[in-house]
Design a protein around this ligand. Structure first.
Ligand code: TNX
Length: 616
């Protein structure tokens, strides 16, 4: 793997894109970047100095160098006098910021003699990520262009979600997911651990949750729109994480300044738990099974004391495993049918003076919130937790558009924006095009994700502070493999990073997608990630009229080739590729289809574009 990585890095050579780009190729674009002439040479003689040898950023950087075949050791600069600190060819990593750097911010200065990063807590780690992005591999080590970067995030909560309930993703994959989040300065991993179709976290007190609840007999095949055939794969499916594995992932994330937010869904999306323990339902006499298809299930937790005791016990184990502030308790999509049919719930509504079944939803969430708060954690819930009144300290994740988030912020509650309508649903297709793989639907092209602004215009100045940040979600009903999860995640996650980090005024989709992204995609390729290859820069599906055309096309991935045809066939690697402007002449009264495809060095392919050229 290491060798593979190095060979790739060499092949990529100098980052040509970064040279003309004002952001010097950095994603997410920083607050300010100044470019200077010259470069720093990181070689085997380079000394790494630090005032905090145990800082996670220092460890990360020295590990990174080691993986790249370098052996530079780290020196604790508190042992050095002034004179020795001033040697040439040093990289200094420091947290000594005297308070002038914003939270999670850093300053990075590179001249031909030294590199200095000063960061505030996580900021040092982010400075290191930026440095790594600037490093260009050569045979003696790396070169780093001279620069001065001042940087800090726009939002404190920069989240990426992964649903491991509908399909299970193993420890190795989850670590790689956290890695790529950390490269791009995202800092909250929302881990959707339970749902109708599977319970994926070991709970010692209730072993059946995983013995039964982590297994389903079969899985729905294909899409689930009205009229689609009711087909199943007839193949058992299972998977869960042991508590040891959970601890391993939490520690792995912590080393990268990523906080893990576990989600234990309630009171809906709970078929897997109910199948394991039917006493959690309002009618324990019914037969239940772990969900095999998608959508909402009408059976949900019954708000009995027995249920609350059990959920509290489950959450006690969960809170022991996750040291972060937040526990996500779901709260979304709760059909009220089972509660309406229940004599117990009728009595509860009258005993507790609840308005109706909506009142049960907020009663449920408030009770859970009280328990979680008394254990020094806070809850996050999907925006349905607003129904029937919001629990006092809850943070709202606004997914059904921004309405819930706006309402919650106006009530003085913290909010995380993650609207499907804003391009934050990465299970949606990346283009309305039959060449895309099966997905739930929707449409969230890269440009839409990039354009999202988490601060709604409706909020007054003093309410804007309640928007803690932004998150994108990867629901996996239609994503059964790591390769497809990567495909749906990348490159949209890089756009999310810029939404979450970069000041609005510095955002520019053109610069992002044409000048910076191609290099990053090649790097992700080298690191073994799959991704969706964007179509060639300059190509699209369109009709143009005229006789003589000249096309200037660029590959969307550095090192890739743009192949094309004018004979109506789908282009492939055996066809001509772009080496300069392509001229096409269309005879009078004829039309020609100019088709393109991008094929990367590793063989990944974009969709085929068709430009219909019509000479009337
Ligand atoms: C709605 S988003 C859900 C999920 C589905 C998703 C599919 C949310 C809080 N609930 O259960 O997986 O749509 O896009």
């Amino acid at each position: 793997m290491k060798k593979f990585f190095l060979v790739w890095m060499m092949f990529l050579g100098v980052n040509a894109f970064a040279q003309r780009d004002a952001n010097m190729g950095i994603i997410p674009a920083p607050v300010s970047v100044k470019k200077f002439k010259g470069e720093f040479k990181l070689n085997s003689e380079t000394i790494i100095l630090t005032d905090s040898p145990n800082h996670r950023a220092v460890k990360y950087f020295s590990d990174y160098l080691r993986k790249s075949g370098m052996t530079n050791s780290v020196t604790d600069m508190s042992f050095l006098d002034e004179k020795h600190r001033k040697v040439k060819n040093v990289i200094t990593l420091s947290v000594n910021h005297k308070g002038e750097i914003p939270l999670e911010g850093y300053e990075l200065n590179v001249d031909d003699g030294k590199v200095t990063i000063v960061g505030r807590n996580a900021g040092l780690f982010y400075g290191v990520q930026t440095l790594i992005q600037l490093m260009q591999f050569n045979k003696n080590g790396f070169t780093i262009p001279c620069t001065s970067v001042k940087d800090h995030p726009r939002f404190g909560y920069r989240g990426m979600h992964l649903d491991v309930a509908r399909h299970f993703f193993d420890v190795e994959y989850v670590k790689r997911y956290i890695d790529v989040m950390a490269y791009y300065k995202l800092n909250h991993f929302h881990w959707h651990l339970t749902d109708d179709q599977g319970w994926r976290i070991e709970i010692k007190k209730y072993p059946k949750l995983t013995e039964k609840g982590s297994k389903r007999a079969q899985t729905k095949i294909g899409s689930q729109s009205k009229g689609d055939p009711e087909l199943y794969d007839n193949t058992p499916y299972e998977g869960f994480y042991t508590q040891e594995q959970i601890k391993e992932i939490v520690a792995y994330a912590e080393a990268r300044f990523v906080t893990v937010v576990p989600e234990i869904e309630m009171p809906g999306h709970s078929m897997a738990a109910i199948a394991a323990y039917p006493e959690l339902s309002c009618d324990p006499s019914k037969p239940y099974k772990v969900g095999e298809k998608w959508g909402e299930y009408k059976d949900v937790y019954c708000p009995t004391e027995e249920t609350f005791t059990m959920l509290n016990n489950i959450l006690t184990e969960v809170m022991d495993l996750f040291p972060g502030k937040y526990i996500h308790i779901g709260g979304d999509e709760v059909p009220k049918d089972a509660w309406k049919a229940s004599v117990f719930c009728k009595q509860l509504i009258s005993d507790r003076n609840l308005k109706d079944e909506e009142g049960i939803q907020s009663y449920f969430i408030s009770r859970m919130e009280k328990y979680i708060n008394s254990n020094r954690h806070s809850i996050i819930g999907w925006d349905e937790i607003l129904e029937g009144g919001l629990a006092p300290n809850a943070t709202v994740m606004s997914w059904r558009g921004e309405t819930g988030g706006i309402k919650a912020a106006q009530m003085g509650h913290d909010v995380i924006m993650t609207p499907g309508s804003g391009g934050m649903y990465f299970d949606h297709v990346q283009a309305k095009n039959p060449q895309e793989p099966l997905a739930i639907g929707g449409n969230a092209p890269l440009s839409k994700t990039y354009a999202y602004n988490p601060i709604p215009a409706e909020l007054a100045k003093d309410q804007q502070k309640y928007i803690l940040g932004v998150q994108a979600n990867l629901w996996t009903e239609y994503i059964a493999t790591p390769a497809k999860a990567d495909y749906m995640l990348l490159p949209r996650m890089l756009a999310l990073a810029e939404v979450a980090w970069t000041p609005l005024a510095n955002k520019n989709f053109d610069n992002f997608s044409t000048e910076r992204l191609p290099h990053h995609l090649a790097l992700l390729d080298a690191r073994g990630y799959n991704y969706r290859v964007p179509v060639a820069i300059g190509a699209s599906d369109t009709t143009l009229t005229g006789a003589n055309f000249t096309f200037e096309l660029q590959p969307s991935v550095e090192g890739a080739k743009v192949h094309y045809t004018i004979d109506g066939y789908a282009p492939r690697e055996t066809d001509l590729h772009v080496t300069g402007p392509v001229k096409v002449t269309v005879p009078a009264k004829k039309e020609i289809e100019f088709k393109t495809i991008v094929i990367t060095l590793s063989g990944k392919r974009s969709n085929v574009t068709t430009m219909k050229l019509v000479n009337k």
